[in-house]
Design a protein around this ligand. Structure first.
Ligand code: DGY
Length: 320
């Protein structure tokens, strides 16, 4: 009998076909919750789960007694209760490394789109409003040679710094758990305490993983510490930011604009007040979502899953 696996959202079709050769596969394409009989039944028998953003809680694990591995198709693993998985000797894996450049492209694109008001002006053209010359109140702001403060100079943060420094002549500030001397040499980056970074940056880019400690790390005080002309970019996780405080900062013009790829709850509620604002550019969490990158991630996640179910150490194991 083949081992049973759950494929949970966003695994590349080609990879699913490969998996089907070795495993008995049940696919779920949308968010599923306990209580859905098909999902509960699949969990009861599953040896492995591969996919994106399934919140693997104690409650889920209680109905999955055979589970040996949860393979995330993402580098972030804030959806996994690692402590609980480890306690139950269930392997957890992710897909680091292969999405750095793709994600940095997306976040830098978001930064430019926000600064130059690209979605708003795209709508202006397409809706037939461009019948007189552009007015000064429609201008954006420069990106090149400005100061970019990166909170969380991990691999993706460094790929953003590379684009900013070499491509746009930007001055880089960073705040991190530890200093990164290599980045200081390569990008001329300067380490700053958080408040100094917030006060000095024209662009504040949040790139930290989400943990209990980072929840709402950027809130009212942090927005007030930023320049009124600052642009805030969130390429990390929505939970790291107090969305109500972000709304207040934007509506009260405490900051100039924001570009966010992530929300506290995803998909976000269409009535989320942030969506009513003109000075915010939003994306549906697409940092790593290109055809090529999603395929690379699916393949690595499948390797992780296969290794674990063969009793081997997966290439990107999160818990020993
Ligand atoms: C990641 O890989 O963590 C991306 O944000 C997708 O969740």
């Amino acid at each position: 009998m083949k081992p049973k696996i759950i494929v949970y959202m966003r695994v590349d079709d080609r990879v699913v076909k490969e998996l089907e050769k070795h495993f008995d596969v049940t696919c779920f394409q949308h968010h599923e919750y306990l209580g859905n009989p098909a999902f509960d039944n699949a969990l009861k028998e599953a040896d492995g789960i591969i996919g994106l953003a399934l919140k693997v809680t104690k409650e889920i694990l209680d109905v999955a007694p055979n589970l040996k591995v949860v393979s995330n198709v993402s580098v972030g693993y804030d959806n996994l209760d690692i402590k609980e998985l480890t306690k139950r000797k269930i392997m957890a894996t992710n897909t680091p490394g292969i999405l750095n450049e793709t994600t940095a492209d997306a976040i830098f694109g978001l930064l430019i789109a926000t600064a130059r008001r690209i979605p708003e002006l795209d709508y202006y053209v397409k809706s037939g409003q461009w019948n007189i010359s552009l007015q000064p109140n429609q201008y954006g702001v420069d990106v090149h040679h400005k100061t970019l403060g990166i909170i969380g100079l991990g691999n993706i943060g460094q790929a953003i710094a590379q684009r900013a420094h070499f491509g746009f002549g930007m001055n880089i500030l960073y705040h991190n758990r530890s200093r990164n001397l290599e980045a200081e040499r390569t990008f001329g980056a300067t380490y700053c305490e958080l408040n100094d970074l917030l006060a000095q940056s024209d662009f504040v880019c949040l790139m930290i993983p989400a943990t209990k400690e980072t929840e709402k790390m950027i809130g009212q005080n942090e927005f007030r510490a930023m320049k009124n002309s600052a642009i805030f970019i969130n390429g990390s996780r929505g939970k790291n930011v107090d969305e109500e405080a972000l709304y207040d900062a934007l509506i009260n013009k405490e900051i100039y604009a924001a570009g966010i790829d992530v929300f506290t709850t995803e998909p976000t509620d269409p009535n989320n007040p942030l969506l009513s604002l003109k000075n915010i550019v939003t994306l549906p969490h697409i940092g790593s979502s290109t055809t090529e990158c999603e395929y690379r991630m699916s393949k690595l996640a499948a390797q992780n899953l296969c290794a674990a179910l063969a009793g081997q150490k997966p290439p990107s194991l999160l818990n020993e």
